[in-house]
Design a protein around this ligand. Structure first.
Ligand code: SF4
Length: 179
């Protein structure tokens, strides 16, 4: 807590940013929430240093590479409560669709077969992919799972309202997989 306000950090790992867009879809309720929470680290704000202690960490996306793993572990260390936001975070969803295939085949398909101009597999400036994609709880302990692709803005508002009120949210009351 910062005063009476709940501190919140968010990050997207291997996701499409749609879950963060759903966060923004809370529209005018964001103004209400602004009185109750401080977003201390997020792609949505300027601050890019994760504070030592954060009340709520929210992760979108799955674990596909070393950078994702490092970020999930960093959030787990710094956040009292960790939320998996969206199906990619909860079960791998779209990023995990590559799991049945060997990495070489994925690279060939993505960077050569479907490319018309200068097909090449990038080797610099990109994190190397893990052989398989894992959900967040495949690498760190998660406290709250919020399914949905993306979770509805009403669902995210419910989760945050419960946390602000000091209650443990039960997302199964308001959402379902793929909703
Ligand atoms: S759960 Fe859906 S909306 Fe969220 S990051 Fe994954 S694909 Fe995008």
């Amino acid at each position: 807590m910062s005063g009476n306000r709940v501190t919140v950090a968010t990050a997207w790992l291997d996701g499409c940013s749609g879950c963060h867009m759903s966060f923004l879809d809370m529209d005018e309720r964001l103004v209400e929430l602004a009185d109750k929470i401080d977003i201390v680290y997020s792609p949505l704000v300027d601050s890019k240093t994760l504070p030592e202690q954060v009340d709520v960490g929210i992760l979108e996306g799955s674990i596909s590479n070393e950078e994702d793993l490092h970020k999930a572990q960093e959030f787990r260390r710094h956040c009292k409560l960790l939320v998996s936001l969206g199906d990619c975070a909860v079960n791998g969803n779209v990023p995990a669709m590559r799991n049945p295939f060997k990495l070489d085949a994925v690279f060939e398909r993505s960077y050569r077969d479907n490319v018309d101009t200068q097909p090449q597999i990038p080797t610099e400036g990109v994190p190397s992919l893990f052989k398989t994609v894992r959900p967040i709880h495949g690498v760190v302990q998660v406290d709250v799972f919020v399914p949905g692709c993306p979770p509805h803005a009403d669902t995210i508002y419910y989760i945050l309202s419960e946390l602000i009120g000091g209650r443990t949210p039960d997302p199964s009351q308001v959402t379902r997989f793929g909703a």
